[in-house]
Design a protein around this ligand. Structure first.
Ligand SMILES: [Zn+2]
Length: 426
């Protein structure tokens, strides 16, 4: 009984905090209360959070209050333990992101190892708030325990350094998805923003996908070229994901997913987890931002030179210059425009959430950090989405795809990787 009372009090505290912080001025209070209720009950899975990089590079601890704090490059923080609580997130994918520059410098696998360790140690440090998770069942367990599941995904397929041996070990360490590229093409997969080297996936790339299916590691098509997306869908026998990509039909950006792929993902049983970055949500913002950067380049270069030994002073001067040259930032409601579009093209069952918190320089207007996630629930409710559909988008679609990938792996578990799948390329 005592536990019930405590969790009830916790629930009230939780609702109070979220309500007070994020209700938009023009919101309907009744609908807002309903949104909070749905949001609080739901399993919420976010496909992509880049916080492990600052955890390693800047010694950032999740217990720190990060509201109003900035990364060393001047971008605001979106994540901390308190904000997790306010967000309602049940499962968060901590991104083991390794830059494509490692293809030149080497050290990709070492960097991934460091980020995995820093993530695991953060979970060990905060056992009352976080739970290390590797399965769909773990995520439901975390929800019951009022904890946030820390899951991990690799961003940049070159991290396995062309070794299926390494891929399997990453799975053993708890990696449950791998984004096949970042922004550059590499030995076996082509990226969205680079020249094609493999006409999509190479033969080895296809082997990587099959081995990921066999293990139960989700294949992530964010950042890859359209031909790579198509090749993945030809090969994968398990549902795939886009861990943090929006719809090209709404914002024609190469980071987004075209309609013809959306319909194929619907057949595959996968999930497109929508990215919140304004440049991917709204192509006009992207164009305005690029035009502003080009226009201000001489001034920014001069500031960079002036403050070359003082990053904080540069950040401040840069922010001031940008504030003096404002551009329109799309509202959080734009996220739901992408949800509307994907629903129309391929159905509600393939939509998820992939914020890109702490990986992007800003969030849509109205959102300061993860604590404002309930706005998506509110806007969906305002547009007439049912509770069932809202819960699908918030997490249940991902849960279905993840569980299905686990089933595919179970079916394949008797197949031991043979010579062929151990092949490496030089
Ligand atoms: Zn990314």
């Amino acid at each position: 009984m005592k536990n019930v009372i405590i969790s009830f009090l916790f629930m009230l505290a939780f609702i109070g905090q979220t309500f007070a912080q994020t209700m938009p001025k023009d919101a309907d209070p009744k609908l807002w209360a309903q949104a909070l209720k749905i949001h609080q009950k739901a399993i919420i899975v976010d496909g992509h959070n880049d916080i492990p990089s600052p955890m390693y590079d800047e010694d950032f601890d999740l217990a720190t209050n990060s509201v109003g704090k900035f990364h060393k490059d001047g971008d605001p923080f979106h994540t901390d333990l308190q904000r997790f609580k306010q967000s309602g997130i049940t499962g968060e994918f901590f991104s083991i992101y390794v830059s494509g520059s490692s293809l030149k410098t080497g050290g990709a696998m070492r960097r991934a190892m460091d980020l995995i360790d820093v993530t695991m140690r953060e979970v060990e440090k905060h056992p009352n708030a976080l739970l290390f998770c590797t399965t769909a069942a773990d995520i439901r367990r975390a929800k019951k325990q009022n904890k946030v599941c820390a899951l991990m995904g690799i961003e940049g397929g070159y991290v396995i350094e062309n070794s299926l041996f390494a891929l399997r070990n990453f799975y053993r360490l708890g990696i449950r998805y791998m984004t096949l590229t970042h922004n550059v093409s590499h030995d076996w997969a082509d990226a969205h923003r680079d020249e094609a080297k493999n006409n999509g996936l190479s033969d080895f790339g296809k082997e990587v996908v099959r081995e990921m299916n066999r293990l139960g590691m989700l294949v992530d098509i964010s950042h890859v070229s359209v031909k790579t997306m198509s090749d993945v869908l030809d090969v994968s026998t398990a549902p795939i994901i886009a861990s943090h990509s929006s719809a090209r039909g709404v914002a024609d950006h190469t980071r987004n997913i075209p309609d013809e792929i959306l319909t194929r993902v619907a057949k595959n049983g996968g999930v497109i987890m929508i990215n919140f970055y304004p440049a991917f949500l709204d192509i006009k913002y992207n164009a305005d931002d690029n035009a502003r950067s080009a226009r201000l380049k001489p001034q920014l270069d001069a500031l960079r030179e002036q403050f070359k030994d003082n990053q904080a002073a540069f950040n401040q001067a840069e922010s001031k210059l940008l504030a003096e040259n404002p551009i329109d930032i799309p509202s959080y409601t734009r996220i739901v425009d992408h949800i509307d579009h994907i629903k129309k093209v391929a159905g509600i069952d393939i939509i998820g959430i992939g914020s890109d918190y702490d990986g992007v320089p800003l969030l849509p207007k109205g959102m300061n950090g993860m604590e404002d996630l309930v706005l998506v629930t509110y806007e969906m409710l305002r547009r007439g989405y049912s509770e069932t559909d809202i819960r699908k988008v918030l997490g249940e679609n991902f849960m279905r795809a993840f569980a299905q990938a686990e089933t595919v792996a179970k079916i394949n578990s008797r197949k031991i990787s043979g010579e062929g799948s151990l092949k490496r390329i030089k």
